[in-house]
Design a protein. Structure first.
Length: 416
């Protein structure tokens, strides 16, 4: 059994809960939450589980402040109601001044509809399936680099590279020689604690991809997604999409293509290193258990921790009154660990027949790249386990992480 009916009764955290939170985490996570706090990186899962269990709507005092929902039903309520909870003012709290919006992620219908309708065919299962051979060949090319050495930093030597290679080669058509600079721009633009540095890195990514889109618009058409973005779409009022909008769409697709799959990939491989029976199951019966394992790893290792929306009206949610303009974040990583809908959510079980998760989001903004991500994960687990079935975490090489509205593994060393 993988899921169950959702309960609807909510109770706010008690004073005892608050005192326990302060003792455990050094802060009241229910009324003084901070996505960027070091403790949220260090005790990531524990804090998420406490929010899911004890707090329908948490609050942060950081900057202009924001709210946070972690329980599955509330995450879906926000994600599926774009008229009340708008994406048009961005998905990150306390957004740096001057940072361009990323379309279609940071938009509502009809603009969102226009772009998603045009983009969807390029990321659908039938379009993505032929990429499998190239992705599998690239996975083996990366393994070739370190297999004879007997160890690797799995993140820097594989998991941080394969998603970018897959996206650059198959979707974007950008030379992989430029991948390192773009990955650095995306990573620092997301995680650097200095807002000025984040802005500079975002600026580089926008400039690079804007230049690339301009170049492609002047070349013979290839019939791919980049050509479609360069040509633009018609908006509901009959106007053509602005050039800045087109660049924004390309940046949004690139961020999704290289900034998220790494965490699921590295975390799944780390868990398999510690669970030889599950590893054996995937090696011997991949047809049955690989699809389940991929969904289970996506459930427990959600790379998009939380994305935000802006209230368009006064609204009550989870027993709390929010005002027009309030910012509220959906804790996707929590919605997938909610015992109200998932049996034994803290237990990783790659044999679950039904895996309910929100790793790819909910509602109209659900991740457009989920098919490609699954293809990359399947190639990774199958090819690595085929060639290096007996591996372990090297002593001293345990994982390191960085967290915010996204979560990423920075390093983990395997040996064999």
């Amino acid at each position: 059994m993988g899921f169950k009916a959702q309960e609807t009764e909510f109770h706010p955290p008690s004073q005892a809960d608050i005192e326990e939170s302060i003792a455990k985490y050094g802060r009241d996570i229910y009324n003084d939450f901070d996505l960027d706090a070091a403790v949220f990186n260090e005790k990531h899962v524990e804090i998420i589980d406490d929010l899911v269990e004890k707090c329908p709507v948490a609050h942060s005092k950081v900057g202009e402040g924001y709210y946070l929902v972690a329980q599955n039903m509330l995450v879906r309520e926000v994600g599926q109601n774009w008229r009340t909870f708008s994406a048009a003012k961005g998905y990150m709290p306390n957004r740096p001044d001057g940072l361009p919006y990323l379309y279609p992620e940071e938009s509502d219908p009809p603009l969102h509809t226009a772009w998603r309708t045009a983009l969807n065919p390029f990321m659908g299962p039938a379009t993505i399936a032929p990429y499998a051979d190239t992705i599998r060949a690239d996975a083996n090319a990366l393994i070739d680099r370190f297999i004879d050495r007997g160890e690797c930093d799995f993140v820097s030597e594989f998991a941080a590279l394969l998603p970018g290679w897959a996206f650059f080669k198959n979707v974007l058509g950008v030379p992989i020689d430029d991948l390192d600079r773009l990955v650095d721009g995306v990573e620092d633009g997301t995680f650097n604690p200095d807002p000025e540095v984040r802005g500079q890195k975002f600026g580089f990514v926008f400039q690079y991809l804007g230049d690339y889109l301009k170049q492609r618009s002047e070349e013979p058409a290839r019939g791919d997604m980049v050509d479609m973005i360069a040509a633009g779409v018609k908006y509901e009022d009959g106007s053509d999409s602005a050039w800045a909008d087109r660049v924004s769409v390309l940046v949004d697709m690139t961020f999704g293509g290289i900034a998220t799959t790494t965490y699921v990939m590295a975390s799944g491989m780390h868990w398999l290193a510690q669970n030889p029976d599950a590893r054996k199951l995937l090696i011997e019966e991949p047809e049955t258990y690989m699809p389940r394992a991929i969904e289970e790893f996506a459930r427990v290792y959600a790379p998009v921790v939380a994305l935000g929306r802006t209230c368009t009206r006064d609204v009550q949610i989870g027993g709390r009154e929010l005002k027009t303009g309030d910012f509220i974040m959906m804790l996707y990583a929590g919605a997938s660990r909610d015992p109200r809908v998932v049996d034994e959510p803290k237990r990783i079980d790659i044999t679950r027949e039904t895996v309910l998760h929100s790793a790819f989001g909910v509602g109209i903004h659900r991740c457009i790249g989920s098919n490609l991500a699954r293809l990359e994960l399947q190639a990774t687990f199958e090819e690595f386990l085929r060639r290096i079935p007996e591996y372990r975490v090297k002593p001293g090489g345990e994982p390191t992480y960085v967290s915010g509205f996204l979560r990423s593994m920075r390093s983990v060393t395997f040996e064999w």
